[in-house]
Every structure is written in C-alpha cells, then in structure tokens.
Ligand binder design. Structure first.
Ligand code: RTP
Length: 155
C-alpha cells in the first residue's frame, strides 16, 4: 500500500479569492472529499502579483492576463493538493467548463458561479501542469503522505 500511495496521481486545486470571500471553502472541499479523493496539502495564502503571473504564465499573451493576476492576488486563496486515481481529469470534469455559463449543472462552477472572471476555482489541466503547479505552490515537506482507511474501499 505504501508503494501504491507513492505513485498515486495528484493535482493542484485552488479556491480563488471569490470562492473564499463567498464562504465556499467547505462546499468545495466537501465535494472532493466525498468523491473519495484524498487531501494531501492545504494552506491559505495571499499570492503576490508576481506569484500570480508565475502561476498563469501560459496565459501571458491573453488580453485578460493582467486583470486575472490582479484578481488572483487580491485576497486569500486556498491552495490544495488532492490525490487519487484519475484526480486530474476527473477534477477538471468536477469543476466544470472555464465559463460557468457553459458548465453543466452538478459541476462546481455550474452550480456556484456565473461569469468567467469569477469562476471560484482552479484545477491543473494535465499531469505536467499538475507537477509544475504543485512545485510552485508547495514545498515538498508540505505534502503529507498518509494512508487513509477509506482508500481500500475506494481504489
Ligand atoms: P483555471 O486555469 O483557472 O482552472 O481555468 P481554466 O484552465 O478552465 O481556464 P484558462 O483558459 O486556463 O483560464 C484561466 C482563468 O482565466 C480566467 N479567464 N478569464 N475574461 C476572460 O475571457 C477569461 N478567460 C479566462 C478564468 O478565471 C480562468 O479560470
């Protein structure tokens, strides 16, 4: 089981300042937790604008880049690492389309958000980005490896 845990897929999930201000932290965490994914790192931080620019470096040519980085650095963000089989892809599905108007009901954005600039949550879009984003937001010692008793009933 130890070796199994070491290889388990991980993704980076952040509750953006709008999600935090609206009191949606517990709602979002509950959805991942109830699904059966495992929380291995969590902290609340106010990212600097420079940090937000690093996080969104792929989008630096986009017209909304500056506003997006201002927004991400405007207040507390809850940064998390979730672990589990298929957590990257399924996490994205769970979160819903980038534009909440196009997110299916039942998804986090579909149920809880209205506009693209205030879509409450971020999730890594693939294995490489997940690795990069986890490394950007967390030190290795902030990731806690543990065996959850529930795991053997889920994976
Ligand atoms: P995220 O990275 O936050 O999970 O979102 P995503 O992959 O679904 O979408 P992406 O294209 O990477 O865009 C990142 C974030 O930029 C904001 N955005 N604003 N004003 C706009 O047209 C616009 N388009 C995107 C959103 O907050 C999106 O989550």
């Amino acid at each position: 089981q130890e070796a199994h845990a070491a290889e388990m897929e991980r993704t980076f999930i952040a509750i953006k300042p709008d999600g935090v201000q609206r009191g949606l932290i517990s709602e979002i965490i509950a959805r991942f937790e109830r699904k059966g994914f495992k929380l291995v790192a969590i902290k609340i931080v106010v990212p600097s604008k420079g940090f937000a620019q690093k996080h969104y470096h792929d989008l630096k040519e986009r017209p909304f880049f500056n506003g997006l980085c201002d927004f991400l650095s405007s207040g507390p963000v809850v940064a998390m690492v979730w672990e589990g089989e298929g957590v990257i892809k399924y996490g994205r599905k769970f979160i819903g389309a980038t534009d909440p108007q196009k997110s299916e009901p039942g998804t986090i954005r579909g149920d809880l958000a209205v506009v693209v600039g205030r879509n409450i949550i971020h999730g890594s879009d693939g294995p490489e980005t997940a690795k990069d984003e986890i490394n950007l937001w967390f030190k290795p010692e902030e990731l806690v490896a543990y065996t959850s008793n529930a795991e053997k009933w889920i994976y």
